[in-house]
Ligand binder design. Structure first.
Ligand SMILES: [Zn+2]
Length: 498
């Protein structure tokens, strides 16, 4: 007997990447059933709580007992399938649309905000397409896109169209309530590859499926585009104007002349938290998680009952406005700000070049030579934070600085791992290997001119650098990144306030 939360991949192509990805998403809970060879009546399926239909070979189509899948759903099960099976059952018209001149990337426009589309608001558009070139890793190839849709589908008898094509308004994401359960139909088949970390067609192929099967998205939020820093600042101002309790501040003038903006909330005098992102400007994505964290904590229903009277929080979503705007690591003076702190600065050496501006690790002409560095020093001195989280991008590493409360940091780390379990699957950067999004890797820093090391030397109890997945060109991964970022922040708040 399978566990009640088990997933059956009903397929005629066992061992294909899709089957492997599902097994990564729900390890130990995923079984593969070959519908071209094995019985798969409703009774067999009733052993599982979720069924994912992955039919690949046209010659096997007739062997799939889709009525059994629907009977499984009617009895209270949850299932997902591609558009083809859904269209065939309902006698609906399935089309495959091409954009051969690369003029438009096909997307899904969200029509309904519910648990399946969680992370997106009505009207949001997320990319969803395959590429004719068959070269997802090579962005130099001609951009010829395709996507499938069901045209003319009527919303009746429990059918709701959750997302439509930006090409022709056809249905791309559909929910059907059958009896006690739900079936989701989605254009899985156009996403011919697994979700390469910076895939333009869709970074999170299994996000909607994960939402249906396991509630993947809890706090994530889609943003339509990466805002220029000036616009991001205005967004922060508008958020503070809208939400009582949230304070917008300009902490100084950054090296490029732009005001360095922060948001704070809570009670000065209570345990303080300083969460920063983007000291390496191009590592921008988690900053949107900090932005949304502030929005949620200052909102009418703070997540997990967190009472902002119990803490004092400041978030700096982008510490390096020049690097953020210009997609560089360094600030306007060519300095790697995370090598500029007065902590073992003189001794710092690197395998990278460090001696002249725009060197990868250029540490600056003197310790704390940079205004952004000095602003952070002042914030640490003023706030005396119990916890500092400094977000970066290099694929999921939890980095502790010493001294500091190692047991507390280990508790935060354990909390993050627990929160992230079975939520997302993603490719490793610049590779074609896939894994569940997790924070298994951990390291402890030796003293270095890094922000976290400086914070540790200043007595911050939990000085932590977090490496996330990111450096994407656009916002296609932001629901996942903001979601996982916010979980980290909540873990830190909870563990430090225990
Ligand atoms: Zn970094």
């Amino acid at each position: 007997m399978n566990s009640p939360r088990s997933v059956c991949v009903l397929t005629d192509a066992p061992g294909t990447p899709v089957c492997r990805s599902l097994a990564l998403l729900y390890p130990g809970r995923t079984a593969t059933l070959d519908f071209s060879k094995e019985p798969h009546g409703a009774e067999v399926l009733s052993q599982y709580s979720h069924v994912f239909v992955h039919a690949v070979r046209p010659q096997n189509a007739a062997r799939l007992d889709f009525a059994a899948v629907r009977a499984f759903v009617a009895a209270g099960g949850t299932a997902a399938c591609a558009l083809a099976e859904f269209a065939q059952h309902h006698g609906a018209q399935l089309v495959k649309s091409f954009v051969l001149d690369g003029s438009e990337e096909p997307g899904i426009r969200i029509r309904v905000a519910n648990d399946i589309t969680r992370g997106f608001a009505v009207g949001d558009v997320t990319p969803w397409f395959g590429k004719v070139s068959h070269a997802p890793l090579n962005e130099n190839n001609p951009n010829q896109y395709f996507q499938r849709q069901i045209l003319g589908l009527r919303e009746a008898d429990g059918i709701r169209i959750l997302g439509v094509s930006t090409l022709n308004g056809g249905a791309v994401l559909i929910e059907e309530c059958i009896g006690q359960g739900r079936l989701m139909a989605l254009d899985f088949r156009s996403l011919i590859f697994e979700p390469y970390f910076n895939a333009f067609g869709c970074t999170n192929k299994y996000l909607f499926l994960g939402n249906l099967f396991g509630g993947s998205v809890r706090y994530g939020k889609h943003y339509a585009r990466k805002l220029p820093y000036a616009e991001l600042r205005r967004e922060m101002q508008a958020m503070a104007a809208r939400l009582p309790g949230l304070t917008y501040a300009e902490e100084g003038t950054a090296s490029d002349g732009q005001p360095l903006a922060s948001l704070s909330l809570g009670q000065p005098g209570q345990p303080a938290f300083l969460f920063t992102n983007g000291i390496h400007g191009w590592e921008w994505e988690a900053g949107y998680g900090l932005l949304h964290l502030a929005e949620l904590l200052a909102g009418p229903q703070p997540p997990e009952g967190l009472d902002s009277h119990r803490f004092h929080l400041k978030v700096v979503p982008q510490l390096n406005p020049f690097g953020y705007d210009h997609d560089t690591r360094q600030n306007a003076n060519g300095v790697d700000l995370n090598r500029n702190f007065p902590c073992a600065w003189e001794d710092f050496v690197s395998s990278q070049d460090i001696s002249v501006p725009w060197d990868f690790d250029y540490k600056g002409p003197a310790p704390a030579s940079e205004v952004e560095t000095r602003i952070v020093q002042r914030l640490i001195a003023e706030m005396q934070p119990r916890c500092l989280l400094d977000f970066h991008t290099a694929h999921y590493i939890f980095c502790k600085a010493a001294p500091g409360d190692q047991a507390l940091m280990d508790a935060i780390h354990a909390d993050i791992k627990e929160r992230w379990r079975d939520r997302y699957v993603i490719g490793r950067p610049y590779a074609t290997t896939y894994e569940q999004v997790g924070m298994e890797a951990s390291t402890t820093y030796a003293p270095a001119p890094h922000l976290v090391c400086y914070a540790a030397a200043q007595g911050v109890t939990a000085p932590i650098l977090i490496e996330m997945s990111g450096n994407r060109t656009k916002t296609q991964g932001l629901v996942m990144v903001t979601d996982t970022t916010i979980e980290i922040c909540l873990a830190a708040l909870h563990q430090c306030l225990r």
